[in-house]
Design a protein around this ligand. Structure first.
Ligand code: QAP
Ligand code: CO
Length: 167
């Protein structure tokens, strides 16, 4: 297992659109193990392959308090969504920055698990938000890009200032 390097916003590679996984091989399962270890070590509640510079449709999530309910989503598709929620989000690729994004309140997602089996999951609350946030990464979108240009430029300025102070 290995801890992978997480791309930091505004890295252009975060805008790459991921391609579907053709077959869930041992190599894919090995990547999922590394992504899981990376997410738990961060610590985070969700990580998309895009964030570790692998541009295939793979997500790991654990929103449980006990950190023992790993959810692996390969080739996820939202097949239904309902309601609206404004949730305060963060992102391992945008450390120290938090803010609200409007998303669906509940989603039904269809995906493959690490064994390559298809399943359907109904999610609401934090899990629903997290699934949508991570699926955006696979489409090359970072949560701050929902914000106004003004709020985005303030965010970039804060990140640049922070980078200077840790060099
Ligand atoms: C996405 O984010 C998410 O700024 C997952 O300094 C977050 O795991 C979806 C993290 C909230 C919905 C709601 C962020 C860790 C972790 C930071 C994360 C930081 C350290 C973010
Ligand atoms: Co993120």
């Amino acid at each position: 297992m290995a801890i992978l390097k997480i791309l930091q916003y505004p890295d252009e590679r975060l805008h790459t659109v991921a391609i579907p996984v053709a077959q869930v091989t041992d190599q894919i399962r090995s990547l999922i193990k590394d992504m899981t270890e990376t997410m738990y070590a961060a610590p985070g509640i969700g990580l998309a392959a895009t964030q570790v510079d692998v541009h295939e449709r793979i997500i790991v999530i654990d929103t449980s308090e006990t950190r023992d309910e790993l959810l692996v989503l390969i080739n996820p598709e939202i097949i239904a969504s309902n309601g609206l929620s404004d949730y305060e989000e963060g992102c391992l690729s945008v450390p120290g920055i938090y803010g609200k994004v409007r998303r669906a309140e509940s989603v039904t997602v269809k995906a493959l698990n690490a064994q390559g089996e298809s399943f359907v999951l109904d999610a609401d609350g934090l899990l629903a938000v997290c699934i949508q946030h991570e699926m955006d990464h696979l489409a090359g979108k970072v949560f701050v890009e929902y914000w106004s240009k003004l709020k985005q430029s303030r965010t970039l300025a804060r990140l640049k200032k922070k980078q200077r102070s840790t060099m």
